[in-house]
Design a protein around this ligand. Structure first.
Ligand code: HEM
Length: 134
């Protein structure tokens, strides 16, 4: 299943979609991602701007609630057209612009090899794992 990255960001400079990845960045398939979303209390992996993140810690911390968090990979999340298209910086939504800015900075650090943890104080953190294989 190819990732569909949205192209109508309200501010493309906030999106992490187009950041070039070194070959050392792990490539994660949709099949592997689904293995980590298969039970209610299993880890929750989500795709944001084409990057796979472990958002398990957000299950109980998401300001928009658990139900919306678990919709992240669905077609239509954040008004996207396809599965795995969600972006914090697409259009006008509750994540724009601060959450998007923080996420992009976290992706840049991850791509420099500085670790994948991104904090969203006071809510919680997620861990960038790699790029969704397309
Ligand atoms: C500090 C961090 C975050 C804040 C403040 C935040 C806030 C919110 C709020 C208030 C909503 C509800 C918006 C509405 O219903 O109009 C929302 C929706 C949502 N959030 Fe978050 N969120 C954060 C992090 C995350 C993370 C880490 C993810 C996924 C990895 C995520 C995925 C979503 C999704 C998919 C929706 C539903 C979007 C839609 O309506 O289509 N959020 N968020």
């Amino acid at each position: 299943m190819p990732a569909v990255i949205s192209s109508d960001h309200a501010d493309p400079s906030l999106s992490a979609c187009s950041l070039p990845s070194p070959s050392s960045v792990p490539s994660i398939s949709a099949a592997e991602l689904r293995l980590h979303n298969s039970a209610p209390d299993a880890p929750f992996w989500a795709v944001v701007d084409g990057f796979v993140v472990d958002a398990s810690l957000f299950r109980t911390k998401h300001p928009g609630g658990l139900r919306k968090l678990l919709q992240t990979n669905d077609a239509g999340a954040g008004a996207t057209a396809g599965e795995f298209s969600f972006s914090f910086s697409r259009g006008k939504n509750a994540h724009f612009p601060d959450t998007g800015k923080r996420f992009r900075a976290g992706v840049e650090a991850f791509l420099r090899g500085e670790g994948g943890e991104v904090d969203f104080p006071p809510h919680g953190s997620l861990v960038i794992l790699g790029r969704l294989q397309i």
